[in-house]
Design a protein. Structure first.
Length: 402
C-alpha cells in the first residue's frame, strides 16, 4: 500500500485504511513507519512536480509549531519531529484532508500494534513471541560453564584462571589489574539464538556479541599478541596496548577464512556460518583484512566482504553505522536482501521462516526496534506490501505481497 501512496495510486479505501491505522500507533512506532515511508518516497521523488504542495506543507507545519506555546520545549521538539513527518505523509496521501485532523494522531491514546493484525493476513494466529535478551554462557578450557545472566552484579568470582564480575549494566568484566600466573587459558563466551551480551576483556577491549555468536580468547593476554576468534556477529572497541620493551601489541581477530589486524579501533564483523560472505565494517581507526588470496587496508567508514574463495570486495556506498545498529537496539534493513533480513529475525526471535515463491530482490529499508515482539515487526514489514505472511503452527511462511 505504501508504494501506491507514494506513487499517487491509492484509492479512497486505501487512504481511509492507512489513516485509521496511523491513529493507533505510539510515537516510536509512528516515527519508524515514517522513516520507512520516506525511503519508499525517494523512488518517486524525481517524478513529482508538486512544489507548491511542498511549500503548503511546510507553511502549515510552521503555523502549527508556533501555536504550541504551552508545551515544554523538549516534549515539543520530539513530538513535532514526528508530527511534521505525519503531516507531509498525509498531504501526499490525500489533499482533501486538513492537517489539523492528522496532527492529532501523535497525541492519540496508543494501542498496542500487535492487536492490529488484520483478520486476513495470517498474523492474528501468531502467538506472542518476545524479542531476545541478555543471555550467554562462559566456558573455560576445562569445560566448566557458567550462565552469565545468573551472576550477581558487582561480585568478583574466580573462574578458569581469571577474575570476572558483572557490572551494573550487565556487562561481564575481566579484572585488568589481576596479576594472574595462569596464562593462555582459553575462554569462550557464547550467546544462544535470541541472546546478546557484552564483555570487557582483560586488556580493556569492549566486545558486543549478537545472537547466536561466540568469541574465544585467552583469560590473560601476553605482551606479544592479542588473538581472538569469533563466529556470528561481533562488534569491537579495541584498546591500544603499548609496552616500553615490546612496543605496540597487535589485536587480531580470526573469523572463518579471514583475519583482521588492528591496534586500536572500532569495527564490526559478521561471520555467521550460513552466510555467503564475511562482512567487516570499520567505524573508527584502521584495520587490515587478510585472506590467503588478498590483503585490504580499511579506513574509517569503509566496509568489505570476503567470499568463500577468499576474495575481498569493497561494499560501495555502505553506511557502517547501519552495520552496528544492532548494538544500539535496532534492526536496520537497508543494504540487506529479503533472505538476509529473515535470517536476522530468525536468530533474534528463535523462530523459523520459510520463503516461498518469487520474493522481491529489494529489501525493506528503514529501522525497527529490536525490543518489539515478533508480530509487531512482521506487521510493519507487511504494510510495505513487499511480502505477506501465513502462520503454520511454529512455521511462518513468507510469500510475495501484492
Amino acid at each position: 500500500m505504501l508504494n501506491k501512496i507514494a506513487g499517487g495510486q491509492a484509492t479512497i479505501e486505501d487512504q481511509n485504511k492507512i489513516s485509521q491505522w496511523l491513529k493507533t500507533l505510539d510515537d516510536q512506532s509512528l516515527e519508524e513507519f515514517m522513516d520507512r515511508y520516506e525511503e519508499i518516497l525517494k523512488v518517486y521523488k524525481s517524478k513529482r512536480k508538486d512544489n507548491n504542495l511542498q511549500t503548503l506543507i511546510e507553511n502549515r507545519i510552521s503555523d502549527y509549531e508556533r501555536s504550541r506555546k504551552l508545551i515544554n520545549r523538549r516534549k515539543s521538539n520530539s513530538l513535532l519531529s514526528i508530527v511534521g513527518k505525519v503531516a507531509i505523509f498525509i498531504f501526499i496521501l490525500v489533499l482533501g484532508y486538513r492537517i489539523s485532523v492528522f496532527l492529532q494522531v501523535a497525541e492519540s491514546s496508543p494501542e498496542p500494534i500487535n492487536a492490529l493484525a488484520s483478520k486476513n493476513n495470517g498474523l492474528e494466529s501468531l502467538k506472542t513471541i518476545s524479542p531476545g535478551d541478555k543471555r550467554a554462557v562462559i566456558i573455560s578450557e576445562s569445560g566448566a560453564e557458567i550462565a552469565l545472566n545468573s551472576l550477581q552484579i558487582g561480585q568478583w568470582i574466580d573462574f578458569g584462571g581469571a577474575r570476572i564480575r558483572k557490572s551494573g549494566d550487565g556487562t561481564i568484566e575481566y579484572d585488568q589489574t589481576a596479576k594472574n600466573p595462569l596464562q593462555n587459558i582459553q575462554h569462550t563466551i557464547k550467546t544462544p539464538i535470541g541472546g546478546e551480551f557484552n564483555v570487557v576483556l582483560s586488556d580493556g577491549t569492549r566486545v558486543w556479541l549478537n545472537s547466536a555468536s561466540s568469541i574465544s580468547f585467552p583469560n590473560w593476554f601476553d605482551r606479544k599478541s592479542r588473538d581472538v576468534s569469533i563466529n556470528g556477529e561481533v562488534y569491537f572497541e579495541v584498546t591500544k596496548q603499548v609496552y616500553k620493551s615490546e612496543g605496540k601489541v597487535p589485536f587480531t581477530v580470526y573469523s572463518k577464512n579471514q583475519r583482521i589486524e588492528v591496534l586500536g579501533t572500532q569495527f564490526s564483523v559478521s561471520a555467521y556460518a550460513d552466510a555467503e560472505e564475511v562482512a567487516t565494517a570499520l567505524v573508527e581507526g584502521s584495520v587490515k583484512v587478510s585472506t590467503d588470496k588478498e590483503i585490504k587496508l580499511l579506513e574509517a567508514g569503509e566496509k568489505v566482504a570476503v567470499n568463500k574463495e577468499g576474495n575481498i570486495r569493497t561494499v560501495v556506498g555502505a553506511d557502517v553505522e547501519k552495520s552496528i545498529a544492532w548494538t544500539q537496539g535496532y534492526f536496520y534493513f537497508d543494504e540487506k536482501n529479503v533472505s538476509e533480513i529473515f535470517q536476522e529475525l530468525e536468530r533474534w526471535y528463535d523462530v523459523e521462516f520459510k520463503l516461498e515463491g518469487n520474493l522481491p530482490d529489494e529489501g525493506f529499508g528503514g529501522r525497527v526496534s529490536r525490543t518489539k515482539n515478533l508480530r509487531e515487526v512482521l506487521h510493519l514489514l507487511e504494510i510495505t506490501e513487499l511480502v505477506k505472511f501465513e502462520v503454520d503452527e511454529d512455521l511462518i511462511i513468507v510469500r510475495k505481497g501484492l
